[in-house]
Design a protein around this ligand. Structure first.
Ligand code: R1P
Ligand code: URA
Length: 352
């Protein structure tokens, strides 16, 4: 940690940088692709417009943000690492850097429970969480009456974003690609790559029946990975009413209460009456899962297959996000608001 942070509740630097992602308003946009690995992020970023040169920030905690434009539309690619906690850092900290609606698409790898070849693409419209039950006695299972793993109720993708991404994936898929495309299924996000995904290791994980339990749920559970449930869950919770942003607040963009307008408000406009509050905004989430591991055939994807798959799937998600209309250009208004008090932010004008 190099900079002084204030406020134990929601730590930030004096120039409004959030603790773990290192971002401040103006450096991240409302349309975001989130991925697990920095190499996937930089591969997708090759599709961004050459001008303005994309902004790149790698935080001390391993989060990398690339912000630029795709066909003129501002977009960010954020690499977050693995697991629910990292998804949590990402959604909460970026949310406080942005004013207005957020559109987030997770582009991540997965294991497939359905019979599709590795290199296929699955778009889950819902997701359940699988958590290791720490109250279960893993050493002496006979002493437990509860299950070793808990499976939650589903959380859901935004239906419109899911459909836009599905159409883009179908449209961008190369004609010679052998990938299958499956949409509208349920994902299971686990708190381990190993035990809670039913893999067998040298630990006494008591998970031999886990995959069978998932199939019995009759939810069409097709993929296993580690972040999508938490993304869908937080997006849903944000839509259910909010408290005010954590203090000290960033200077929020002033914007109209719904119905929104497509132009930034002008000085003296009656719509400038109050800041664009959290309660006026939404988080829309969807996911695209790239099948790296087949849990039926035990095949695993090759590096060259990964490169090709990430390239076209990344292009598809950028295309879908750039086609989404965000009625009020909140990235821009947020930027104007921040830059007026922080002139150094003007450098980032080109992205927004
Ligand atoms: C495990 O190998 C990681 O891969 C999957 C899982 O969700 C987990 O993060 O996603 P990413 O490829 O996006 O990291
Ligand atoms: N990521 C996961 O979490 N599981 C897999 O099987 C493959 C990728």
């Amino acid at each position: 940690m190099k900079q002084t942070l204030t406020d134990a509740n929601f730590p930030r630097t004096a120039d409004h940088r959030v603790y773990h992602l290192g971002l401040r308003p103006g450096e991240v946009t409302n349309r975001i692709i989130t991925v697990g690995s920095p190499s996937r992020a930089s591969g997708i970023a090759t599709h961004l417009d050459a001008e303005p040169k994309p902004f790149v920030l790698s935080s001390e905690r391993g989060f990398t943000t690339i912000t630029g434009r795709f066909r003129g539309v501002p977009v960010s690619i954020v690499s977050i690492g693995m697991g629910y906690p990292n998804m949590d850092f990402f959604v909460r900290e970026v949310r406080e850097c942005i004013s207005g609606d957020m559109y987030i698409v997770r582009l991540g790898s997965c294991g497939a429970l359905v019979e599709v070849p590795v290199g296929s693409v699955v778009l889950p419209s819902s997701s359940v969480a699988i958590n290791r039950n720490y109250d279960f006695d893993f050493v002496d299972p006979e002493r437990s009456s509860e299950p070793a793993y808990r499976i939650s109720k589903p959380a859901f993708a935004d239906a419109h974003l899911h459909e836009e991404v599905r159409k883009a994936i179908e449209a961008v898929k190369p004609v010679d690609s052998k990938s299958h495309i499956v949409a509208g299924t349920t994902n299971a996000s686990a708190d381990s790559f190993y035990s809670s995904q039913g893999r067998q290791t040298s630990f006494p994980d008591r998970n031999a029946d886990l995959i069978a339990r998932l199939k019995e749920l009759d939810l069409n559970i097709s993929t296993l990975e580690m972040e999508t449930f938490h993304l869908y869950h937080l997006a849903h919770c944000w839509g259910a009413g909010h408290s005010e942003p954590p203090s000290p607040t960033i200077p929020l963009a002033r914007g109209p209460v719904r119905p929104v307008v497509s132009q930034p408000p002008v000085e003296g406009d009656a719509t400038l009456e109050r800041p664009l509050a959290a309660r006026d905004t939404t988080i829309k989430a969807a996911a695209v899962h790239l099948v790296y591991a087949s849990r039926t055939s035990q095949d695993f994807i090759t590096p060259s297959e990964v490169t090709a798959l990430e390239d076209w799937a990344g292009l598809a998600v950028l295309t879908a996000l750039s086609n989404i209309e965000i009625p009020y250009d909140v990235s821009r208004s947020m930027f104007y608001s921040v830059a007026s008090s922080h002139p150094e932010c003007w450098d980032f004008f080109n992205y927004l």
